[in-house]
Design a protein around this ligand. Sequence first.
Ligand SMILES: Cc1cc2nc3c(=O)[nH]c(=O)nc-3n(C[C@H](O)[C@H](O)[C@H](O)COP(=O)(O)OP(=O)(O)OC[C@H]3O[C@@H](n4cnc5c(N)ncnc54)[C@H](O)[C@@H]3O)c2cc1C
Length: 429
Amino acid sequence: MTKPLVMIAGGGIGGLATALTLHQIGVDCVVFESVRDLKPLGVGINLQPNAVRELIDLGIDAALLDQVGVPAKEWALVGLNGNDVYAEPRGLDAGYNWPQYAVHRGEFHMLLYRLVRERIGADAVKLGTRVTGYRNNPDGSVTADLEHADGSTSQHNGALLIGADGIHSAVRATMHPAQPPIHWGGAVMWRGTTWAKPIRTGSSFVGLGTHRQRMVIYPISHPDPETGLAMINWIAEVTYDDPNARENTGWFGQVEIDDFAHHFDGWAYDWLDVPALIRGADVAYENPMIDRDPISTWCDGAALLIGDAAHAMYPTGSNGASQAIIDARILGASMIEHGVTPAALAAFDAQLCGPVSALILRNRGAGPFGLLNMVDERCGGVFDDIDAVIPAQERAAFMAGYKKAAGFAIEALNSAAPTLAPGAKVPAA
Ligand SMILES: Cc1cc2nc3c(=O)[nH]c(=O)nc-3n(C[C@H](O)[C@H](O)[C@H](O)COP(=O)(O)OP(=O)(O)OC[C@H]3O[C@@H](n4cnc5c(N)ncnc54)[C@H](O)[C@@H]3O)c2cc1C
């Protein structure tokens, strides 16, 4: 009897984390990735402690993560006057049993790709192979429609199809043909990286500005021992009044720094020079803040959506990539319980679709940056003493609510059993 095969559409972070998880639990899989060549694309992303725990359980330890990023020590919101609105420790410093990592998305992605090839095989990821749709078969299996880089087409059968094909997912479009277009709320981000001296703790995530215009700044490498300079990821963000004013559906378009740097003229402090940081980058990318409206289900027979295909969300909570990794692991746990079956997908959907969809809407409401909205409502963004505007207890309660919803409450994570017990395998059918 041949072993059931799981097909994965998309070799991004979610798809590759799924492949590594399935390999760990003894399930055969193949990844179809549309691009002909995977390159280290993107800039900084955060891997929250819940996701780092899963990576460590996958054998991706601190030594490997230190090659692509740096443990995060602090999360801070700072007003335009340079005064703290809120600051808290992160990762191990906050009491988590696992660190939080700020990593270069592209380098982390390449690390996963290398591990998939080493562990599963050089042809585990079929590059230049786009999944264009699927159909459930009467025998319970699923057929994926494939389009190859040379323009030819073919079909591939499997026990299950996991749609990890990102925000423009073809698997999702097949599952929900009437879904609304991508949603844009009016904010535009410009992103880049610059070699500079790390600020504050040396590994702080800093959100600086107001609810309508801000900079997010954090290092994504250890400092160079000779120069002390680290690769600093920055995101310059402006909210426009008219969300219909522009076409906004893409991820990364390269832009001229002069096109946007003027928004941040004068943002210079004795501890941080924002204009210099922006102008120190070699390239910058424009990246509209887009997501998708939640859908009622991510599951259709033997097909399932995970990662951004299921729940593309605003990056305000720094949890898009982390949730894609968590998805992969919960899917693995579901297969341990239900086998390589549609029942495993249905159980995954029942557990995650509701709460993660709520998180999409919560992130639309500014996520943890909502504290800046509160500052604006109460004092127009101008303050000397933050305690007089939002008492410390209220600020802490706001953040605790967010972390609980996003699944990274400290005690809950530290005391939770591993998602996949060490050595667990899917029982033979
Ligand atoms: C090039 C790129 C750069 C990014 N840079 C950043 C960044 O700097 N900061 C940030 O916060 N987030 C970034 N993201 C998004 C971030 O990686 C995701 O939000 C998160 O990691 C969830 O990953 P995912 O695997 O679900 O989706 P994605 O990371 O989007 O991966 C989806 C994968 O599927 C492939 N694909 C798409 N359609 C098909 C198809 N029909 N058939 C087969 N394969 C398909 C894509 O080529 C891609 O490799 C980026 C995404 C991409 C694709």
